[in-house]
Each structure stands twice: as C-alpha cells, then as structure tokens.
Write a protein that binds this ligand. Structure first.
Ligand code: ZN
Ligand code: ZN
Length: 174
C-alpha cells in the first residue's frame, strides 16, 4: 500500500534523507548509492519496518544488495540515535522507526498492525519512572502497549468460536 505524499512531505523526507546520509558520513560510512537508497526508504517510511522490509524494498533498485549492508546501515543509524529500535514481544524481527520522539506504539496481538499515538504523557511517564526507580530510562521508540486492533476486533466478532482465528503473537500464554 503506497501513501500519496504532498510536496511538503516530500521535502521533509528528502531533508531527512540528507541528514541521515551526512550523519553516516560523519560516522565514517561513505555515501554510496545503496546507502542513499536505504536512507531514502527509511525517511519516507510511515511505519515500523524491519530490516527485511527495507531490504525487500531496496532490492527492487539494487538486486545485488546484501541484507548485511541494510542491517549495518540501520544499526549505525540506531547507534547515532537517528532511528528508534522497537523489540516487540513475540515478533520474530526487530522493528525500526524514523520517528525517535517518544510515543505510544499500540501493537495488535493478532496481526502486524502497529499504531502510533502521540501524547505528552509519555514524557511524564518516563520522568516518573526515572525518578521513582533511579534507573536511566531507555527512550528508544517510547512505550509499547498491546491490544486488538479494530480490524481484528471486527473479524473476531464475526468469527464463530468453532473457527477461531490463529493467535499470532502467543496471546494465550499471558
Ligand atoms: Zn490486528
Ligand atoms: Zn511508533
């Protein structure tokens, strides 16, 4: 599913792409056409792609690219704090996202749907957690909350018990 972008958004994306590439260069990673493509895909991605998602997309332009190149580029960007890393319970692969501002990631137990919710409460929550525990809090990606998305909710309601859908993320173990 491709999202139509307005020209302003396109500008934002290409500024972001440039910022990512310049930061990589400062970290000693030479600017290559492949790295440019990876940064472009990340900058324009509205969701929470995995390394494989980015690899599959960049492979359309660079069929010979290795998954290691994609992984290393993403990992360097994460070390630089330019993308957030999201480890979701029972998902086989780590997700990443370009928006590093702490927010709530609402994860569906039944499908791959992850919704972002922006709220100042996350900052308050992190501050309270830090103050009351003495911990330094990882802000990467914000907060992860689990539930059932509206689509799956509707599907579940329409499905009689005898053909119960497969639970994807091990919800029954909780
Ligand atoms: Zn769902
Ligand atoms: Zn998110």
């Amino acid at each position: 599913m491709s999202v139509k972008k307005d020209p302003d958004q396109k500008n934002t994306d290409s500024n972001l792409t440039r910022h990512l590439l310049e930061s990589l260069e400062r970290a000693g990673k030479r600017r290559t056409a492949q790295r440019s493509a990876i940064c472009e895909i990340l900058a324009a991605h509205p969701g929470h792609p995995t390394v494989t998602d980015v690899y599959n997309e960049v492979r359309r332009t660079f069929p010979m690219i290795s998954q290691a190149t994609v992984y290393n580029t993403i990992d360097t960007l994460r070390e630089l704090g330019l993308i957030a890393r999201l480890d979701i319970a029972n998902h086989d692969h780590t997700h990443y996202e370009i928006d590093t501002r702490p927010h709530v990631n609402v994860v569906c137990r039944y499908c791959e749907n992850i919704a972002d919710v922006r709220t100042d409460s996350v900052d308050v929550l992190f501050r309270h957690a830090a103050e009351n525990s003495g911990f330094e809090i990882d802000r990467d990606g914000g907060v992860i909350v689990y539930g059932v998305c509206p689509n799956c909710s509707a599907r579940l309601a329409a499905t009689p018990n005898d053909s119960a859908p497969r639970r994807l993320h091990g919800a029954e173990a909780r």
